[in-house]
Design a protein. Structure first.
Length: 218
């Protein structure tokens, strides 16, 4: 078996399901020779979709059956309680069981956050998950979080997002001391609400490589 990064892919999730996921999987395998995919969902439907794209199972492309689908209308609680064999849940379980290194889903965000938190647990000292993306910058790229996992966040939660982002950069970008900036409406000390100011104080006294407030054009 090769030494690829194994990604469990929720093949049934999202607004368009297999019609988007299978062509995307094909392109990902073509463009990234260091990954292998495990497509999770209705086995019969997945294999039919693979045939339509002239794709065959291999060491880098496997299928894992799941009998249920988390819809975009399902509440996180319903998904957790009643859909334990959903493509989303089974994909996350593969990470828990060390059969995959990561999971990708375009499905119900609330259900994804709740299920991942329940199955995989949180890092010590971290209360909530966060959604992160990579944005281009003049220096290369920047990881930005949180982007929608939380409606409201305390100063402590904002501080925890910084901790998660720093650890992510160490793991993904192999940086020893990632710079951490706090996106705010200005760089002056007086800007931001009380939660932001309190989080800034926590960050200033943290072991992180904290550079202070930043704005969108930094």
């Amino acid at each position: 078996m090769g030494t690829w990064y194994r990604i469990a892919l929720d093949a049934m999730g999202g607004d368009h399901g297999l019609t988007v996921v299978i062509p995307a999987a094909k392109k990902a395998l073509e463009n990234h020779v260091d990954i292998a995919l495990i497509l999770v969902g209705d086995e019969q439907q997945i294999r039919a979709a693979l045939n339509s794209q002239q794709m065959m199972e291999s060491e880098r492309l496997q299928v894992k059956h799941a009998s249920q689908i988390v819809t975009m209308e399902d509440s996180p609680a319903l998904a957790l309680k009643n859909k334990k064999d959903s493509s989303m849940r089974v994909a996350i379980n593969l990470v828990k069981d060390h059969q995959a290194d990561a999971v990708v889903s375009a499905g119900n965000t609330g259900a994804l956050m709740a299920t991942a938190r329940f199955v995989l647990k949180m890092l010590p000292g971290i209360d909530r998950p966060a959604i992160c993306t990579v944005m281009p910058s003049l220096q290369g790229h920047t990881h930005v979080l949180d982007l929608g996992a939380n409606v409201d966040s305390s100063a402590e939660h904002l501080y925890q997002f910084a901790l998660m982002g720093s650890e992510l950069c160490k793991a993904i970008d192999e940086l020893t001391s990632p710079r951490v900036g706090f996106l705010n409406i200005g760089q002056e000390a007086i800007t931001g609400n009380e939660q932001v100011k309190a989080a800034n104080a926590l960050l200033e006294h943290s072991p992180l490589n904290y550079i202070g407030y930043v704005e969108g054009d930094d």
